[in-house]
Design a protein around this ligand. Structure first.
Ligand code: NAD
Ligand code: TYD
Length: 354
C-alpha cells in the first residue's frame, strides 16, 4: 500500500482514482479537508476497501507516525499543500504552515519510519514530493523553458513556500539518505479542479452569464497539462525515477491566458450555447492585475521523456474538450463546491457581493 497526502484535492483525487484502477493496490489518503479538499471527488471509490480515508493534518506528527507504523506503506506521494497563488497573497500564513512546516513534519516522521524498516523494505521505500514549475520564477518571452537545473527564483508566497519544501526534501536525501523523488509540474487542468483556478472559474462564470475576469493584459503565459497526464508521470517517476533526482513535467502547451479563455468559450459555444445567443467571449472583462504576476512559465520536459519514456497523451484541444464536457456533466458536484467557502472567496478576490 501507499500513503497519499492531500488526496481529496484536485490532483490527489485524480491520482488515487487512476492508481487504484491501474495498480489495484490500496491507498491511505491523509487529507485535512481544507476548503480545497472534497470527498465528493472520490465518490467513485465509495465502498472500495482499497481506499482508506483519514481526515488529518500533515503537521500532526503523532498521527502521521501512527499511520506509518500501522499501515507500513511502501511509498508516500505528497500532494498536500495550500495551492492557490491569489490566496497566498491575501494570507500567506497557511502556506508557510502547511507547505513548509507540514512538509518538514512529514519528512521527520518518514525518516524515523524508514530508518526502522528491515533491509529490503528500506531499500524499496520511496518519498515522492509533488511540486510546481513556479519555484523557478518567471521567464521572458525568448528565454529557454525551465529545466531541472534552472536556479530557483520563486516570486509569490505560494511558490516560495513550495521552493522551501523542495529544498527540505532535497536536504533529507543529501543528509540522511532518505529515498526521495521530486516532480515540478506545470499548470494542470481537468476534472475536479476547484473553481478558484482559471479554467474552472471561466467555465462556471460563462455558464452563469457572469464576467470572465482576465488579470492585466491577459498575455501571461502558462504551460498547461491535462491532470491525467500528470498522474501517469508521477506513477512513472515513482516506479522508475532515480533517487534524489527531480523531474520536470509539462505539456509542451504554452498558451496566453486569453488563448485559454477563448478556447473554453468556443468549446462552450459549440456544446452549450448561451440562451441569449451571444458568444461566451463577449463576457471577457479585464480586471486589476495580480501583484507580482509571473509573466511566463514553460517546461522543458525532455529529461522525463528520455529517462522514463513519459510523454503527455492529451493535446491541449483534446484535454480541454474533455474538461469542459466534464463540468457540463457534473452539475451536482459544481453545486456542492459553489455553495460554501467558494462564494466567500469570490467576494474577497473580485469584490462581488452576490
Ligand atoms: P488542491 O488545493 O486542489 O488540493 C490540496 C489538498 O491538500 C486538499 O485536499 C487539502 O484539503 C489538502 N491539504 C491542505 N493542507 C493540508 C494539511 N495541512 N494536511 C493535510 N492535507 C492538507 O491542490 P492541487 O491543485 O491538487 O495540487 C496538489 C499538489 O500539486 C500541490 O502540492 C501543488 O503545489 C502541486 N501542483 C499543483 C499544480 C496545479 O496546477 N494545480 C501544478 C503543479 C503542482
Ligand atoms: P491560476 O489558475 O490561479 O494558476 P497559477 O497562478 O498557479 O498559474 O491562474 C492561471 C493564470 O490565469 C494566471 O496567469 C493568472 C490568470 N488568472 C486570470 O487572469 N483571472 C482569474 O480569475 C484567475 C483565477 C487567474
Amino acid at each position: 500500500m501507499i500513503l497519499v497526502t492531500g488526496g481529496a484535492g484536485f490532483i490527489g483525487s485524480n491520482f488515487i482514482i487512476d492508481w487504484i484502477a491501474s495498480e489495484q493496490t490500496p491507498v491511505i489518503n491523509l487529507d485535512k479537508l481544507t476548503y480545497a479538499g472534497n470527498l465528493n471527488n472520490l465518490t467513485a471509490l465509495q465502498g472500495d476497501a482499497r481506499h482508506v480515508f483519514v481526515q488529518g493534518d500533515i503537521c500532526d506528527g503523532a498521527l502521521v507516525g501512527r499511520l506509518l507504523r500501522e499501515h507500513k506503506p511502501r511509498a508516500i506521494v505528497h500532494f498536500a499543500a495550500e495551492s492557490h497563488v491569489d490566496r497566498s497573497i491575501h494570507g500567506p500564513a497557511e502556506f508557510i504552515q502547511t507547505n513548509i512546516n507540514g512538509t518538514f513534519s512529514l519528512l521527520e516522521e518518514t525518516r524515523a519510519y524508514w530508518q526502522g524498516l528491515p533491509g529490503a523494505e528500506k531499500e524499496a521505500f520511496r518519498f515522492l514530493h509533488v511540486s510546481t514549475d513556479e519555484v523557478y520564477g518567471s521567464l521572458g518571452p525568448d528565454d529557454a523553458p525551465f529545466s531541472e537545473t534552472t536556479p530557483y527564483a520563486p516570486n509569490s508566497p505560494y511558490s516560495a513556500s513550495k521552493a522551501a519544501s523542495d529544498h527540505l526534501v532535497r536536504a533529507y536525501h543529501h543528509t540522511y539518505g532518505l529515498p526521495v523523488l521530486t516532480t515540478n509540474c506545470s499548470n494542470n487542468y481537468g476534472a475536479y479542479q476547484f473553481p478558484e483556478k482559471l479554467i474552472p472559474l471561466i467555465i462556471l462564470n460563462a455558464l452563469n452569464g457572469k464576467p470572465l475576469p482576465i488579470y492585466g493584459d491577459g498575455l501571461n503565459v502558462r504551460d498547461w497539462l491535462y491532470v491525467g497526464d500528470h498522474c501517469t508521470a508521477i506513477q512513472e517517476v515513482l516506479a522508475k525515477g532515480r533517487l534524489g533526482e527531480t523531474y520536470n513535467i509539462g505539456g509542451w502547451n504554452e498558451k496566453t491566458n486569453l488563448d485559454v479563455v477563448h478556447t473554453v468559450c468556443s468549446i462552450l459555444d459549440e456544446l452549450q450555447p448561451a440562451a441569449n445567443g451571444n458568444p461566451y467571449a463577449s463576457l471577457i472583462t479585464y480586471v486589476k492585475d495580480r501583484p507580482g504576476h509571473d509573466r511566463r512559465y514553460a517546461i522543458d520536459a525532455r529529461k522525463i521523456e528520455h529517462e522514463l519514456g513519459w510523454k503527455p497523451a492529451e493535446t491541449f484541444e483534446t484535454g480541454m474538450r474533455k474538461t469542459v464536457r466534464w463540468y457540463l456533466d457534473h452539475a451536482k458536484w459544481i453545486q456542492n463546491v459553489t455553495s460554501g467557502e467558494y462564494r466567500n472567496w469570490i467576494g474577497k478576490q473580485y469584490g462581488e457581493t452576490s
